[in-house]
Design a protein around this ligand. Structure first.
Ligand code: ZN
Length: 203
């Protein structure tokens, strides 16, 4: 399985990193080895001094598909979660500067936190979901899926033009503003509405 990640999908985050607004979604992939195993702490890798949390809504693909029209995209997922796209920001900045791929900064072991899954039917409208991330009980990122530049069904249409989506693939739908560095002993807890989806300790 693969993790398909979307960059620059919330205007406020594009502005905080002073990135250009993309014409198309920014897409990158993490391998399954990037998944942080359940109940494990996140260890800050020794090649970075500036690992950032990016909280993101996740979608799990439940059917094989290619060239999926956005009108039918809703048939390709039943479950929603929340996770973190950990990013070694210092390394990413160096790679971006040189025009090199971001993988080392984004796809390293443990860089993908995946929360618990819930049936999307639990929510009347997945394009209007409040979610937030707390760091040591303080809210650091907070948004609503209605602020996505490309909504979930549009993202599925777009990424399936390039990649066959397979059962179990997960889409990370992009992060809103408020990304920031983590340090040892931080605790990161993610919520959609008032429901907790993950809680992880940083080491
Ligand atoms: Zn991200």
């Amino acid at each position: 399985m693969k993790l398909i990640c979307i960059g620059r999908n919330y205007t406020d985050h594009i502005e905080e990193l002073e990135n250009e607004k993309p014409i198309d979604p920014v897409v990158f992939i993490k391998p399954d080895t990037a998944i942080l195993l359940k109940k494990q702490p996140f260890f800050i890798p020794d090649f970075s001094d500036d690992v950032h949390h990016e909280v993101e809504v996740l979608v799990k693909i439940n059917k094989v598909g290619k060239h999926i029209n956005r009108k039918f995209a809703h048939k390709y997922y039943n479950e929603i979660s929340l996770g973190i796209d950990f990013t070694a920001r210092d390394l990413q900045a160096k790679l971006k500067e040189k025009g090199l791929p971001w993988e080392k900064a984004k796809a390293f072991d443990g860089a993908a936190v995946i929360g618990s899954w819930v049936d999307k039917k639990q929510f009347e409208d997945i394009d209007n979901l409040d979610f937030h991330l707390e760091k040591n009980d303080t809210i650091v990122q907070q948004s609503n899926t209605s602020f996505m530049l490309w909504k979930i069904d549009e993202l599925i249409e777009y990424v399936s033009k390039y990649f066959t989506l397979k059962i179990g693939d997960i889409i990370f739908t992009g992060t809103p503003a408020g990304v920031g560095a983590v340090k040892a002993n931080d605790v990161l807890t993610g919520y959609i509405r008032n429901q907790q989806f993950f809680s992880i300790k940083v080491k």
